[in-house]
Design a protein around this ligand. Sequence first.
Ligand SMILES: *Cc1c(COP(=O)(O)O)cnc(C)c1O
Length: 489
Amino acid sequence: MVSSAHAIASGLAKDGGLFVPRDFPPVSLTEIDSMREASYGDRAVAVLGRFLTDFTEEELRSCVDAAYSKEKFGDFPAPLHLLKKDTDILELWHGPTCAFKDMALQILPHFLTKAIAKTGEQKKVVILVATSGDTGKAAMAGFADVPETEVIVFYPQDGVSAIQQLQMTTQRGKNVQAVAVEGNFDDAQTGVKVLFGDKELAAELKDHGCAFSSANSINWGRLVPQIVYYFSAYTDAVARGRIKLGEKINFSVPTGNFGDILAGYYAKLMGLPVNKFICASNSNNVLTDFINTGTYDRNRPFHKTISPSMDILVSSNLERLLYEKTERNADKVNEWMDALKDKGNYSVGSDIQSLVLSDFFGAWVDEIETQETIGDVFNNYDYVMDPHTAVAYKALEKYRLMTSDETYSIVLSTASPFKFNDVVLRSIAPDCFEGEAMDPFAAMKQLAETAHLEIPQSMKELPDLPVHKSDVVEPAGMEGEVKKILSIE
Ligand SMILES: *Cc1c(COP(=O)(O)O)cnc(C)c1O
């Protein structure tokens, strides 16, 4: 067993396994009720304090205040947008990079610097990130110029949107770099995992006063801030009269690495009244198949979609769910993870599958349905969703159709529509295009006009910022690139 500071500082356990909390401290309905009037910061301190027991309340407060400031997140970091009686939208993209990863990556650097001081390791922390687009920028923005940290982001060369790439290559900060990898997201993620597991490299880094850590959702410090907004959304739904305190609700979550939805499951284990989590996927529907069959099989074609942050075939955090569902049988879970590595698939058997089905429903949504959903919701409710949110919205509709469950549900909205102007505009105003591609910034302006929305400041200024060109490497060249950046030869 290790302290929370150690788990956050190191990111990954020595044997390559993932850290999980010893237990899930209960939060009573009375406490949930008392959050109603509280600020987001107070809600966060209450929930985070349950897990980060080696941080004082003052320390947590200072992390929370620095992370979720008004300058960075506006009036409220995670507002519940009221859409219709049985469905609301939890907007998680009011942070500096306009995607939900800010919710965790703005606070992680503050946890990390405090954690390093606590564990007494006077080392420079080198954060390696594999990104399908949003994590990279969010990590760079969160860590820019944080002392004693260095961030190296690997992104798939052709796997991120033009805007996402520009967001990364215009990020200021001497200690943050983006590197393009020839391959897809899984190539980048596998490459990062290899670097983490490389003992020789770790020894070399140590000689230079450095140590690796991770800002991917495998880091416990990434997951724990995500638990907060499930409580926050629930208490807001009570406050707005959508549900009565104690009533169970559903959450529909656009899922890639299974981090966001896992945080919701952890909230449920702490006592949050949840009926089902709808695990929403795009055509990379490996999780839908897993939930419906008990077999996880990554041997399938990889699809590039209009919801690129969910283009993932290996969902790292599923390992943590299986650990809980097997009553923490590490040997069993290791066996499956080894099988996944060796042959690309594993089966958990019908008993474990039923346990998964008791909390999760899997559904996937294709490209046409995603665009139709963006258009329909705009036409019916005058609300503009990004493609990831649309996948979750449509998956919820499919769930309702198949189960007749009419429980009040919250859809997690993970990105601002302005991060995906082209697709969103095509969906709500197809006539703008006449079949041609539009410059992303022209599309952004057009979207703002069509939908009567304001362009977020950080998006508006993008075209005017200086660009630092990324290095491009093959997966095999990632180690060399890290050494080059850290000046280790
Ligand atoms: C990362 C991301 C997701 C997927 O979240 P996971 O925690 O990886 O499941 C969904 N939508 C957007 C916009 C994202 O950036």
